[in-house]
Ligand binder design. Sequence first.
Ligand code: SF4
Length: 251
Amino acid sequence: MGVRKRLFLGLLSAALLILAGSLVYVWLTLFKQGSSVLRFLSGLAVLAVLVVLSVVGIGFVGIVISLLSERNIRLLEKPMNFTVAVLYPVVIRLGKMFRIAQDRIQRSFVEVNNQLVRARKTRSAEGRLLLLLPHCLQGSECTRRVTANPDNCLRCGRCSVGDLLNLGDRHGVPLRIATGGTLARQAVRETGPLAIIAVACERDLTSGILDAIPLPVLGVTNERPFGPCHNTTVNLEAVEKAILFFKERRD
Ligand code: SF4
C-alpha cells in the first residue's frame, strides 16, 4: 500500500481509537454517578454509541482488508461507507491537531476511495456513467456558457473541455460542468448514473465523493499550472482509464 494511502488509513485508525477511548472514559465516569436512574439512562446512551462504534469498527476492518487484498467484501460495503462518513470529520480534526496539510489528507482519501472503488469491481455501468467536471477547466477568456450546456463549447482546443467532450462522445458518456456542490448534485439527480468519474481539486473531490455515497466515484485530480481555480487542466488518459474501468463487463 502506498505511503499516501497510509496517511488516511493511519488517521482513520487514530480517529477510531480516540472515539473508542472516549466512550470508555464516559462510561467509567457515568458509572460513578450516585443515582441509579441516571446510571441506567447513561448506560443506555453508552450502549447506543457502542452499537454505532461497533459498525464503524466493522467497516474499518472491511476497508483495511479491501485495501490490502484489493478485493471487495460485498457484505461490508455499507459499514465501510458508514465508517468513512462518520470518521472523516474526526480525521480532518486530527490532521489539524498534527498540523498535516488538509490537501495531503484529501489526496490520500481520494486514493483510498479510488482503490476501494476499483476493488469493488461493480457490474458494468456502460450507458449509465456521468463525467463531472469543474468550471475551472474552462479557459478563463472563453465566454461560452458551458455550465448551462456543455454543447455550447466550440471544441476550439484552447482548454481541456473540448477534448473531454470528444472523449465523452467516443465512449457515450454524458458530461456536466458544475460550479459547485449544488450543481453537481443536480447533475447527478438529473442523469441518474450508476457510477461517476469526477475531475476536481482534492477538496472538491473529497466532498463530492462523500456526498455521492453509496454511488461509486472515481476521482481524477485536476492539474493547476496557474494556481487553484484558474485555467486548470486534466490528464485525459487518467479520465479515459476511469471510464474504461466502469465500462468493463465483469458479469
Ligand atoms: S474548448 Fe474552447 S469553446 Fe470550449 S470551453 Fe474551452 S475555450 Fe471555450
